[in-house]
Design a protein around this ligand. Structure first.
Ligand SMILES: Nc1nc2c(c(=O)[nH]1)N[C@H]1C(S)=C(S)[C@@H](COP(=O)(O)O)O[C@H]1N2
Ligand SMILES: [Mo]
Length: 350
């Protein structure tokens, strides 16, 4: 929901998902545990608590109509989440005066978590949600309980919420620590990633050697360079800037290129087989003969409609139908039309 009149509803560089679509991101199922779900509230509280679903249902219920904004550039409007205001649960447990942060921990294979400043959590009106659009939360979207943090990127909303912990010091969450996602996560400020601490000399050496394979080079800025035949298999290149690069024959197989920019890049014969291209940008790029099969395309864009900038491809460009279906409707239609006029066949998934 839009709270301030001067702020546009769609945050910068986000795209709306197709109506009725809700992508799955990250983990897909809860970890093993007891039959009856229990939510514990612990850490710096006066009186640690444990609530079953039935007990949560006895609290006053709050419902909020919210817009979801995922860091991988998809947004979804008007999702109605219902549950208990975090504040009501914390009042019951009693907040210790030393508590400054709050961590939300999942019952999941990797004990997924994320954290907020406690004052932000209270101001934002976080809800411990059990229902979406009038139905119990489905398992694969975090049922039976997930936290919902309004007005932050969606990675701040933990699926399969099992434990809420109040802390004196911050404890970075899973994505924040492992992928460098921004800890504050305000979509209107585009707080997607923390400033990386990439060694400049090492970066220069790797660029000269044209070998990025298996390296973590998040947010590397290579714009405008000649990196023909770059080897970047399985590299972690989230948020990397390859705009206006020459990358003919580059090998990006299985690389993580979430939110990378290839605007205006020359990618003739480049290989993206099984790469993660969520939120990546290809407007103005040349993809003649490139292989983009088995990629993840959520939030990816090939057209910048405002700048009238389109991707270029030819009959030898390879893209599969499953990837195409992950695009937003306007991107999908434009890509299909561009493929048709280039005589490029839609492939099926391998
Ligand atoms: N337990 C858990 N919660 C999680 C994640 C996860 O991998 N595990 N991913 C986060 C991210 S990055 C997003 S965008 C949303 C995705 O929620 P959805 O799959 O219901 O769309 O969940 C967030 N919460
Ligand atoms: Mo996300």
């Amino acid at each position: 929901m839009n709270t301030s009149p001067e702020r546009p509803r769609l945050p910068p560089n986000q795209q709306l998902v197709k109506p009725g679509h809700w992508p799955y991101v990250g983990e897909r199922e809860a970890g093993p545990g007891s039959e009856t779900w229990q939510l514990t509230i612990g850490g710096m509280v006066m009186d640690p608590k444990r609530f079953t679903l039935a007990q949560l249902a006895e609290f006053p219920q709050t419902s909020k109509l919210l817009d979801i904004h995922c860091v991988t550039r998809w947004s979804k409007y008007d999702v109605e989440f219902r549950g208990v205001l975090l504040q009501h649960l914390l009042e019951r447990a009693g907040i210790d005066s030393q508590a400054q942060y709050i961590s939300f921990v999942a019952r999941s294979a990797r004990k997924h978590s994320t954290s907020l400043k406690l004052s932000d959590a209270l101001e934002l009106g976080v809800i411990v949600a059990t229902h979406v659009d009038g139905e119990p939360l489905p398992d694969d979207h975090g049922g039976p309980i997930r936290s919902i943090v309004p007005h932050r990127y969606f990675y701040k909303s933990v699926k399969w919420l099992e434990r809420i912990e109040l802390l004196a010091e911050n404890r970075l969450g899973f994505w924040e620590a492992s992928a460098g996602y921004h800890d504050h996560a305000d979509p209107w400020l585009e707080q997607r990633y923390m400033a990386p601490n990439l060694d400049r000399r090492l970066a220069r050496q790797l660029i000269e050697a044209r070998d990025f394979s298996r390296r973590d080079l998040r947010s590397i800025d290579c714009s405008g360079r000649n990196l023909d035949l770059l080897s970047a298999q399985r590299a972690s290149l989230r948020d990397a800037n390859f705009s206006d690069c020459s990358l003919c024959g580059a090998d990006f197989r299985e690389a993580n290129l979430s939110n990378a920019s290839f605007r205006g890049a020359h990618l003739k014969q480049a290989n993206f087989f099984q790469a993660d291209l969520e939120g990546s940008q290809f407007a103005g790029a040349v993809l003649d003969g490139a292989d983009l099969r088995n990629c993840s395309f959520f939030g990816a864009s090939f057209f910048d409609f405002a700048a009238r900038s389109s991707v270029q491809l030819d009959a030898a460009t390879q893209i599969d139908s499953d990837s195409i279906d992950q695009l937003t409707e306007d991107q999908r239609q434009a890509l299909v039309a561009a493929m048709q006029s280039a005589g490029c066949q839609v492939q099926s998934r391998q």
